[in-house]
Design a protein around this ligand. Structure first.
Ligand code: FMN
Length: 377
């Protein structure tokens, strides 16, 4: 619930969420794997890139709308899939879907949502018939369960299948072990029957979920996934150029450079560090590249777009907005980031998403005194 303290940054929203949520739930949302090195690196990478503004550019009118997979969106900032939104607010994913539809962005609903994909889709459609939603998929050991989910999500109107490929097993989240995090007993997994739920199965995200996820998933299964629907496939969790090339050969339409918000392999690079090699691998193809992880400011969005991302996605900031004030809280978070992006664009001397190019950014080492002095020797 809003209180007298008015959040004006994403960190403010996070601080308020920390106050309002119980420690186990806040820990589940906020934490990363193991020593959280990658979680921190995702943020730090943005600080290591500097923006070189152009001056005397007419920035009276700024347009942040763009397209992804041919669909128009009002902002290049979409919502990453995150599980269990009802732990943040009773309206859960329905609030997320309505906020996303109201502001004209793309919401990627998670397999492990508390509301069903049907209800989430209806919530978005109640705001706008053009609402854009993608469906994030974990492939289950029981392939028939997955096949049904895929066919159903196409039928109810999701526009892409986002296959998460960085989680054959659950990363180790020390905080969850320490707090004994469980999905609260009144909450359900909206896309599953919940018949085999018992208390043990709810311990950690891991027990139920990892038990069901198919760790044998490999490139060979992409043909099967493609056969289930005509939806474009986006792989989420890509990290290497050679994997990007394989993905292109296997007919994917998009790649999300993601390390699951630092929640899986601790010690892998920040997503921003990996982005250029993936963008390069997809050059001269129709495959779009997106990024998530650590995006908290308009300048972060600007930097990711400058390095070649077609759009960015945010995970935790949505949860902080949801915890703050449901649908309105998420709208405030996105409105804030949109404002911040427009401001960054105006100050950098750009007016459209397409005009944000790599020549606007340099690594901070470019300006180091050491470099400058050496170059004079
Ligand atoms: C609480 C939480 C739950 C998540 N659940 C999922 C999920 O169910 N499926 C998935 O593909 N990614 C999941 N992710 C990863 C996000 O999609 C995304 O990659 C990450 O949150 C982006 O980093 P950011 O939170 O720093 O923006 C989750 C992340 C968080 C924080």
């Amino acid at each position: 619930m809003p209180n007298h303290f008015q959040p004006i940054t994403i960190d403010d929203f996070e601080a308020l969420a920390q106050k309002s949520l119980n420690a186990a739930i806040f820990g589940y949302f906020s934490s990363g794997a193991d020593s959280e090195m990658t979680l921190q690196r995702n943020r730090q990478a943005y600080d290591q890139l500097l923006i070189r503004p152009k001056i005397l550019v007419d920035v009276e009118k700024i347009d942040i709308s763009t397209t992804i997979l041919g669909q128009h969106i009002q902002t290049p900032i979409g919502f990453s899939p995150t599980a269990f939104h009802q732990m943040a607010h009773d309206d859960g994913e329905l609030a997320t879907a309505r906020a996303s539809a109201s502001l004209g962005t793309c919401y990627c609903a998670a397999t492990y949502s508390n509301y069903s994909m049907d209800d989430i889709q209806k919530a978005a459609q109640s705001i706008s018939k053009d609402a854009l939603q993608w469906f994030q998929l974990y492939v289950e050991k029981d392939r028939e369960v997955t096949a049904k989910l895929v066919r159903h999500c196409e039928k109810v109107g999701y526009k892409a299948l986002v296959v998460t490929v960085d989680r054959p097993r659950l990363g180790r989240r020390l905080i969850d072990t320490r707090t004994g995090f469980k999905l609260p007993s009144h909450l359900r997994l909206g896309n599953f029957s919940n018949e085999d739920d018992d208390d043990d199965a709810r311990t950690g995200e891991g027990a139920y979920l990892t038990g069901h996820i198919d760790a044998s998933l490999s490139w060979a299964d992409l043909a099967w996934l493609r056969s289930l629907s005509s939806l474009p496939i986006v792989l989420k969790g890509i990290f290497r150029a050679e994997d990007a090339r394989l993905a292109i050969q296997h007919g994917v339409s998009g790649l999300i450079v993601s390390n699951h918000g630092g929640r899986q392999l601790d010690g892998c690079p920040a997503t921003l560090e990996v982005l250029p090699e993936i963008v390069d691998a997809c050059k001269n193809t129709n495959v779009e590249v997106y990024i998530d992880g650590g995006i908290r400011k308009g300048t972060d969005v600007f930097k990711a777009l400058a390095l070649g991302a077609r759009a960015v996605f945010i995970g935790r900031p949505v949860l902080w907005g949801l915890a703050y004030d449901g649908e309105n809280g998420i709208k405030r978070v996105l409105n804030h980031l949109n404002y911040d992006l427009r401001l960054a664009m105006a100050l950098a001397g750009t007016t459209s998403i397409d005009s944000i190019s790599s020549d606007y950014v340099v690594p901070s080492s470019y300006y180091s005194f050491e470099n400058k002095i050496k170059s004079k020797l």
